[in-house]
Design a protein around this ligand. Sequence first.
Ligand code: ADP
Length: 527
Amino acid sequence: MDKFNIYALIAIGNALGAFAIGFFIFLQNRKAKANATFFLLTITVTIWSTAYYAWQIADTASSALFWSRYLMAGAIFIPVVYIHFILAFLGKTEKNKKSLFLSYLIFFGFFLFNFSSYFVNRVESALNFKYWPKPGPVFHLFLVLWLAYAFYGTYLLLVAYKKNKGIKKIQIRYLLGGIILGYVGGSTNYFLWYGIPLLPIANFFVILQLLAIAFAILKYRLLNIKIIATEFLVGLISLILFINIFAYESGTELITNIIIFMITGIFGISLIRSVIQEIKIKEKAQRLAFQLKEANKKLKKLDEAKSEFISIASHQLRTPLSAVKGYAAMLLEEVKDPERKDALNKIFLSNERLIKLVNDLLNLSRIERGKLQFNFKERQLADILDSVIAELQMLATRRGLKIIYNRVDLPLLKIDEDKLRQVFINIIDNAIKYTPKGTITIKTYLDENNVIIAVHDTGIGMKQEDINSIYEKFQRGKTGIDICPSGTGIGLYIAHKIVEAHNGRIWAESKGVNQGSTFYIKLPLPD
Ligand code: ADP
């Protein structure tokens, strides 16, 4: 056989290359299991490739048979060493100690058969190979296991690929690339054994596959094929210029060649450095972006948990608060003693305040979780206003405020009664809260296509800069904070959301501090 056929040449190149890569990786970190098992893998590839070369150049059938068996001595261990390497890379060797040991035993069993005719039976000519090995009975079993291990290894990596993030994910991507290349290439080597005329191409991929894995292990600039390309190009140009040095015809030409080589080398190195620098900055930005994303995710979860907690807590508070309201109202009717009545009044009003707060919190958490649901029905707005005013009357009277409201029946609107009630309570309650003396006037009227509800007070008014911001969550006006430090800044936020859901608008007007305020709610009439 031709001593320099392409298969023989590639095989000897693979043997040297595989060992060099494996040894290099091993030296990088001798304690790491992944590096050590990878070295073991390259040793099996080296054994296989060396024998491959000898088998390719064998002159006699018996020598070809000997070398093809020798070749299988390396190939037999590849599946188990592969799995060992994958497990080591994923940090799972400890967990799989027993099954790994068993796997080694099984493949060692094949190894024992390897030098008998049960494994590699004989050699025959196939395609353009003079001596291609033929399988014995044990070989079939080996091939089945070979396939099973190949699939299992790929499966392990695919699962890990899904689970992992960032650089580890990229590492696994390279590993997967290398390993799939290895298995697909490797499988083509077995067709001729069964007389299927398919050219074996495993040899052509070996170094590529090992390099991909080596890159993955070293995390060698995985993110940047750009650097590798630059290094390759600079290396190639330098090599050409280096060879060119010797193609001189005169002393000056030699010196010129050396100078050109050196200048190019220096430029090349600085080019590589600047690319590395650029990529490092990019990597840092990517890392930071990734960390930010993670932090954001955590914060969102925390926020959700908070909203849920508020929702549950508010729900739990509602029942006892309604009970207090009911009993306080009952007692208020019965008790005649003015001192007691006054105390009961205080209980009732404080309880009302709490109910409003709990309702606001509940609505807030619903808004934040996107769970604010509406139940639109035809209703008379004037009825809702009547009941809200009746409810707040006592509070206004206690503060010496007069509520003026002349009921006007309005066209029926499709509205969510409970939600709009909450809006009116918030607005009128604010008017009471932020008005030290005077009146609160509530008017309803129609413009072209809308119903407008205006709540005017003679209170502390608002600064121009606050008028537009008070609808934001937790946002309070400067004058408001002074007079009522315990406010939460959520009432108008909720009111705004609810009115918006009714396709309406809410806005306020004030001529300035101590000039009173008017809040408007505009709701569209049905078409
Ligand atoms: P809270 O009243 O609990 O602070 P709101 O969201 O209901 O929360 O109101 C937001 C802010 O708007 C208040 O803090 C207050 O500064 C201002 N505000 C609301 N209504 C009036 C009003 N009638 N007069 C003056 N300021 C008001």
